[in-house]
Design a protein around this ligand. Structure first.
Ligand SMILES: Cc1ncc(COP(=O)(O)O)c(C=O)c1O
Length: 374
């Protein structure tokens, strides 16, 4: 395959850069493949919308069979429910504070909202808020299966939290959830083992909770690098991948499982400076590509067709590229397509994405929940 054929846009003359572009074909394929995988293992799919924050894409995921969506923040859920008509949302994030519960109660008029908790403070505050509004809410316990971010430890600590929730008249313990995000950073040889172990810890925790006479329906996991492994552990009932809808260059370290042709979202950027033979600047800096590093390759993004060019440095609007000796391309005015290291934070920086079909932009979709971090 030539470098040119891997680019999504044959002609960029009508594109003002930097511009986020999304291949409709690759995105639809990613959505369909994950939906069909979830169906094949009889696990419900609840995609995390943090990756795209876009109403049109959330609707495509639901149309492909998702039971609902996952959000982190209440603000994202407000956009998805109020503007997108999504009627089933898990807030897979420790939601803390009476102001947020007030907003959740309002949202519950229009949609089923479930909230993740990992502290007694959150349980008490949300319990009080629901009692005050005479409502009951579905709760997931966030469980730590190895990521060591938020989440109570799997096993006995999670059981204690389940008992606390079970005693509260306004809280319904509906599930447990984990983000097995540590799998993404594991040594490649260990990925399958770690992904399976996270699932087994979840299933064991669910069984311990059930042995205490507490009904627990949902055992939920979520991570794109682990998406074909953890959810397949018998006893897992729900999966919440997010990144899979676009994919990104950090996934290239997992061998051939993900390639350039699986990456639906890229930035078109223009070379705006070439003041040295071995250096140029593209108009995509940290305000476009975000600063997340990649374990897959050097630099701040993968330039399609030019794996030997490294984006060594980002300032806000400058992407400084190291060029190999004798590089004849990358002249001022040329354009490139860059696959970001981590697609999710970059999408959050943009107002809209250009949808590409057959090498042409056919539409612009709003990133409606961008910046909704409250
Ligand atoms: C709680 C939670 N669930 C699911 C996901 C989806 O993971 P991924 O983006 O690897 O698909 C994330 C990602 O950050 C997350 O934080």
């Amino acid at each position: 395959m030539t470098a040119q054929s891997q680019r999504l846009l044959a002609d960029t003359s009508a594109i003002d850069t930097p511009q986020l572009i999304v291949s409709e074909e690759i995105m639809q394929r990613n959505i369909a493949e994950m939906a069909s995988f979830a169906k094949s293992i009889k696990v419900q799919l609840r995609p995390h919308i943090k990756t795209h924050k876009c109403l049109e894409i959330a609707r495509l995921q639901v149309a492909a069979g998702a039971v609902g969506i996952t959000c982190a923040k209440v603000g994202e859920a407000e956009v998805m429910v109020n503007e997108g008509g999504i009627d089933d949302v898990l807030l897979a994030y420790p939601i803390v504070g009476p102001l947020k519960y007030q907003r959740i109660v309002t949202l519950m008029e229009k949609a089923r909202i479930a909230v993740a908790v990992d502290s007694t403070t959150a349980i008490e505050t949300i319990g009080r808020a629901m009692a005050h509004h005479e409502r009951e809410i579905d709760i997931y316990i966030e469980v730590n299966t190895g990521q060591n971010r938020s989440g109570v430890m799997w096993g006995q600590e999670s059981v204690k939290m389940a008992q606390l929730i079970d005693r509260h008249p306004n809280l319904r313990l509906s599930g447990i959830m984990t983000h097995e995000g540590h799998v993404a950073f594991a040594d490649v040889s260990q990925i399958a083992t770690e992904a399976r172990a996270a699932g087994e810890k979840m299933v064991e925790t669910a069984e311990m909770i059930r042995r205490h006479g507490i009904g627990l329906k949902t055992v939920s996991v979520g991570s794109t690098p682990a998406a074909r492994i953890t959810p397949a552990v018998p006893g897992i009932t729900e999966m919440r991948p997010g990144t899979y809808v676009f994919n990104d260059s950090s996934l290239f370290r997992f061998g051939d499982t993900w390639t350039v042709d699986d990456c639906a979202a890229r930035f078109v950027a223009t070379v705006v400076s070439r003041t040295a033979d071995d250096r140029c600047v593209i108009d995509a800096g940290s305000k476009t590509l975000a600063l997340d590093p990649s374990k897959a390759h050097e630099g701040h993004g993968y330039i399609v067709g030019h794996p030997d060019v490294v984006i060594t440095r980002l300032s806000e609007e400058h992407g400084v590229c190291q060029l190999p000796a004798g590089e004849q391309g990358f002249q001022v005015g040329d354009t490139v397509e860059v696959i970001p290291n981590h697609i999710c934070p970059t999408v959050n920086l943009m107002d809209q994405m250009a949808i590409v079909r057959d090498g042409k932009v056919i539409d612009y979709w709003k990133i409606a929940a961008r910046g909704k971090v409250q």
